[in-house]
Design a protein around this ligand. Structure first.
Ligand code: AMP
Length: 417
């Protein structure tokens, strides 16, 4: 590439670091659409450090040609994890020197009310994320630890925080407020923030550019349905409603998460089971959803296999899953007034025709959405395009999401690279 910059995109979890290193040509910043920009962003490698804190942690680096290096060794903390990744980049000859890396973009789950866009990871950003730890203890601490680890390893390189909540900051108070005493909102910032914002932004922008380049006002419903799942209503590029709430537990049913549930279940289940609120909350997050109802797995593919065998709990779980997604699509249709396109994305909706078909069957009569069976079967594993029939009242498209690309582009934009 002529004049290019290397940007590291990082997604830190409590015991893991996922990463992707991009080489971005300067032409990317001048390109108008995301699709054009993506042509100037080349992934040099991606990888994962997992089981940080264990003696048998793993550091994996994958190259675009399919080859990979994998090490199993003790990794005690994120510092060591980051150092291993950087050492691996040199050993695998992905970079000749670490000086080639000019920016680090960190995915941050919770930006609270403070961030409506990505932001330089400076002291202000650090302090706000620290302040927000009670809202998202698991992720926020990992983000800060990972930020520090990169700062230590690459002290001269600018870092950016790309917030999952930023895209949803355009919601009006009537949308993000909960009907609780107002002082709880004032004192504790208890409200809906949403999540997956980077993905919803990418999907709505990509759909607008590809399908409605000349149309001024465009309303889109974006369905990010993966192991975590959320639906958003996007009006003229701005999010007006989203299904996740204070935390990513709310909204549609997910792989292991309940989605929306009557809050009274909590005290009731505490009484019935003798478990604490923390224990029930953990089950709401990690053992409910598809896994909890089916008793099979949180992986849609395992539940689907049982569905075809006539397993009643698998059938019930998949019926519920489809119905909850359909409810949000119908609600957001109502809020938007008209809908130009519904977008399907993330692990489940990029790869699984039956989950898509079941969800859209639920809205066929009300919204006139019709799915073309052949197109639906074809659009899997990275294929994108329409899956609806020409006479469907609302076109439905599959668009693979690309959160890392958005993080790369945001990092370059914020750092002025
Ligand atoms: P995500 O969180 O977006 O990575 O989605 C991961 C989930 O997508 C998995 O847990 C599966 O339930 C589901 N899935 C369905 N088909 C596939 C597939 N072919 N590849 C990966 N994930 C799939």
């Amino acid at each position: 590439m002529s004049n290019s910059k290397k940007i590291m995109c990082v997604n830190a979890g409590s015991s893991s670091i996922k990463f992707k290193l991009y080489e971005m040509d300067e032409k990317a910043s001048l390109a108008k659409t995301i699709a054009e920009k993506s042509q100037y962003c080349k992934a040099l490698c991606s990888g994962l450090v997992e089981r940080i804190g264990h003696e048998d942690a793993r550091c994996i680096i994958k190259k675009p040609d399919g080859s990979k290096s994998e090490k199993v060794l003790p990794i005690h903390n994120h510092d060591e994890g980051v150092q291993l990744v950087l050492k691996g980049l040199i050993e695998e000859k992905i970079v000749a020197s670490l000086d080639e890396i000019q920016g680090v973009g960190n995915r941050v789950v919770q930006g609270g009310k403070y961030f409506s866009d990505a932001h330089v990871f400076d002291q202000y950003t650090y302090d706000r994320i620290e302040e927000l730890i009670p809202l998202d203890p698991l992720h926020a601490e990992a983000h800060l630890t990972c930020f520090n680890a990169f700062k230590k390893a690459l002290p001269m390189v600018g870092e950016v925080a790309v917030f999952d909540t930023a895209f949803h900051q355009t919601m009006e108070p009537k949308e993000y407020m909960y009907a609780i005493p107002y002082e709880w909102y004032e004192k504790y910032a208890c409200r809906r923030y949403g999540a997956h914002g980077t993905s919803h932004k990418y999907l709505s922008q990509f759909a607008k550019e590809k399908y409605f380049a000349d149309k001024e006002h465009v309303n889109i419903i974006t369905c990010h349905i993966g192991s975590g799942a959320s639906v958003s209503a996007v009006k003229d590029g701005k999010c007006i409603a989203t299904s996740m709430g204070l935390t990513p537990l709310a909204g549609v049913m997910m792989g292991t998460r309940t989605g929306d549930i009557d809050p009274s279940c909590m005290p009731y289940l505490c009484t019935c089971t003798g478990k604490s609120a923390d224990e029930i909350y953990d089950i709401y997050n990690h053992h409910s959803g598809l896994e909890g109802v089916s008793g099979i797995s949180n992986d849609t593919r395992d539940v689907e296999a049982e569905y075809y065998k006539g397993n009643e709990r698998a059938i019930l779980a998949m019926d519920m899953y489809a119905s909850r997604i359909a409810e949000y699509i119908m609600m957001y249709y109502g809020k938007l007034g008209h809908v130009d396109m519904i977008v399907c994305s993330a692990g489940v909706f990029e790869n699984s025709p039956i989950y898509r078909k079941m969800a859209f069957d639920n809205v066929e009569e009300a919204l006139g959405v019709k799915i073309d069976e052949k197109l639906n079967e074809e659009k899997v594993r990275g294929q994108w395009g329409l899956i609806s029939t020409p006479d469907s009242k609302i076109p439905v498209a599959v668009i693979p999401t690309d959160e890392e690309l958005m993080i790369c582009l945001d990092t370059a934009r914020i750092l002025g690279l």
